[in-house]
Design a protein around this ligand. Structure first.
Ligand SMILES: [Zn+2]
Length: 437
C-alpha cells in the first residue's frame, strides 16, 4: 500500500519531518501533526460519475496524488480513501436521457474515471468506496442523527437540523441563508437544513429505510463512508474549492453531531479553480476539456508538469501556450539530464524544502531544473516518482533493442562490434550489464 521508495541518502530524515499545510479551517499554514505518529488518514471527495473527468478533476486528483506520494516517501503510512458518488440527480437525469439504467451509466463513467486517472499516473488511492454499496452505513448514520435530535423526518425526506449544530459555518465563514433561501418548498424547518434521505421512487437506485423508500442525500454518503474506514476523526480531508459550502460544512455538522467528537479532521485542503483560456471551464462556455481529450494532444508527463507548475491552491489557467511552454521546459530537463554527476545535496534539499512548504510544487520544479542542470540523475528519478513525472528521456526501448543486437552479435562471436556498441552506450551514460555466460 505505501510506496516502496524511501528518503534518499542525500536528505536526512530529521530534515523532512515538518510538512506544513494550509488548512481552510484554521486559515493558516501549520505543521502536519497526525493523530497517530507515522500514519496519515486522508479522505478526498471523489467524482460524481455521470460524465468523463475533465481537467479540473485532473488538477485536484493530481494534487492529492502528489501529497500521498510525498508523505509515503517521507516514510509515513498513508491510508487514502476516496468515495465514488454513484447516486445523484445528475446520474438519474443522464441515465434517463440516454435510456440506460442508472447502474450502467454510473459503472460506465466510474470505469472511465479510473482509467483516465490511471493514464495520469494518479494511483495513490488506497481504497475507493461507492455510495450504493454503503446504504446500510448511511441509514445507520441517519438513524443516530435522528436519535441525537440533530435530524428530523419531514414530508419530503429526513433533514439535518442545522440549528442544533453551533459550529455551523466555521469552515466556509458562511452563516447566512442567502445562498439557499430560495429552497423552501421541501417541508424543511429552515432554509439551511439539508436532506439526509430523500423520499420517493427514483428508479433502480431506491432503497427501503425505517422512514420510507428513497435515496440518500449527497453529504451523508461521504461521512458514512469516511466513518466506516477512518472513524469519526481523521487527519486530512481534501477536495475542490467549490465543495467548501455547503458540502464540507454539511459533512462536519453530520459527523460531529454523531457523538460530539471535534474536530472531524485536523486539516482541510482545497484545490483552486481551473479556468480555460481565461474562463471557468463549463459545458455551456464550450471550453470543457476532458482528460481523455487532453491526453490526445499532451502526454501525461507534460500535463502533470503543467498542472504542478501552479500551486494547488492558486487558480490555474489552462492555455495552449502554457502547455506548450511546459512541454518545452520538460524537454529541456530531459535534454540536459543525460550524464550522472552524482548527488547534489543542495538541490535535493531545495526540492524537499519546497514540498514541505504547503506542497509548493512550482518551487519544487525549479529545484528539479537545477538538479537536472547539475546532473543529479538519482534525484530526478526519485523525485519524479513523487511528482509522477518522468524527467529522463525514455531510453528503455532503444536500449533494449541495442542489448538484443549485442546479444545476437555475441552469439555470432562478433565481439568487436558488440564491444564497440557497449562502449558507445557507456559513453552516453547508459549502464550496461552483460549476463554472465
Ligand atoms: Zn464529498
Amino acid at each position: 500500500m505505501s510506496g516502496g521508495s524511501t528518503p534518499s541518502a542525500g536528505v536526512r530524515r530529521k530534515e523532512i519531518v515538518a510538512l506544513h499545510l494550509y488548512s481552510t479551517l484554521s486559515r493558516t499554514v501549520e505543521p502536519l501533526v497526525t493523530r497517530n505518529p507515522g500514519r496519515v488518514t486522508l479522505f478526498v471527495c471523489g467524482p460524481t460519475v455521470y460524465d468523463y473527468p475533465h481537467l479540473g478533476h485532473a488538477r485536484t486528483y493530481i494534487a492529492f496524488d502528489v501529497l500521498a506520494k510525498y508523505l509515503r516517501w517521507t516514510g509515513s503510512e498513508v491510508f487514502y480513501l476516496q468515495n465514488i458518488t454513484d447516486v445523484d440527480d445528475r446520474i438519474i437525469d443522464r441515465a434517463r436521457e440516454r435510456g440506460v439504467s442508472q447502474s450502467v451509466l454510473a459503472r460506465t463513467f466510474e470505469t472511465a474515471y479510473l482509467r483516465d486517472m490511471h493514464s495520469l499516473d494518479v494511483d495513490a488511492v488506497s481504497h475507493y468506496a461507492r455510495a450504493t454499496t454503503h446504504i446500510p452505513e448511511i441509514v445507520h448514520q441517519v438513524e443516530r442523527l435522528i436519535g441525537r435530535g440533530a435530524a428530523y423526518v419531514a414530508e419530503t425526506g429526513v433533514y439535518f437540523d442545522v440549528s442544533t449544530f453551533e459550529r455551523n459555518g466555521e469552515l466556509s465563514g458562511q452563516h447566512g441563508t442567502d445562498r439557499v433561501s430560495r429552497i423552501t418548498d421541501e417541508g424543511k424547518h429552515a432554509p439551511l437544513d439539508f436532506a439526509l434521505w430523500k423520499f420517493g421512487e427514483f428508479g433502480e437506485y431506491t432503497w427501503d429505510s425505517p422512514w420510507g423508500r428513497g435515496r440518500p442525500g449527497w453529504h451523508i454518503e461521504d461521512t458514512a463512508i469516511a466513518e466506516k474506514y477512518l472513524g469519526q476523526q481523521y487527519d486530512i480531508h481534501g477536495g475542490g474549492l467549490d465543495l467548501i459550502f455547503p458540502h464540507h460544512e454539511a459533512e462536519i455538522a453530520q459527523m460531529e453531531s454523531l457523538e460530539g467528537k471535534h474536530p472531524m479532521v485536523g486539516y482541510w485542503l482545497h484545490t483552486g479553480f481551473l479556468t480555460v483560456e481565461g474562463k471557468k471551464m463549463s459545458k455551456s462556455s464550450g471550453n470543457f476539456i476532458t482528460v481523455r481529450d487532453a491526453l490526445k494532444t499532451w502526454d501525461r508527463d507534460v500535463l502533470r508538469y503543467y498542472i504542478l507548475l501552479s500551486h494547488y491552491r492558486s487558480p490555474l489557467q489552462a492555455t495552449e501556450e502554457g502547455l506548450a511552454n511546459a512541454a518545452r521546459a520538460l524537454e529541456h530537463i530531459r535534454a540536459v539530464a543525460t550524464k550522472d554527476a552524482g548527488e547534489d545535496r543542495e538541490g535535493r534539499k531545495a526540492f524537499v524544502d519546497a514540498m514541505e512548504s504547503d506542497l509548493n510544487t512550482p518551487m519544487a520544479l525549479a529545484a528539479i531544473r537545477a538538479l537536472a542542470d547539475r546532473g543529479d540523475i538519482g534525484a530526478l528519478v526519485e523525485f519524479g516518482e513523487i511528482l509522477g513525472i518522468n524527467f529522463l528521456r525514455d531510453a528503455s526501448v532503444p536500449v533494449r533493442i541495442l542489448q538484443e543486437i549485442r546479444a545476437e552479435l555475441r552469439a555470432r562471436r562478433e565481439f568487436e562490434i558488440s564491444d564497440l556498441i557497449r562502449e558507445r552506450m557507456v559513453d552516453a551514460g547508459i549502464t550496461v550489464t552483460d549476463p554472465s555466460l
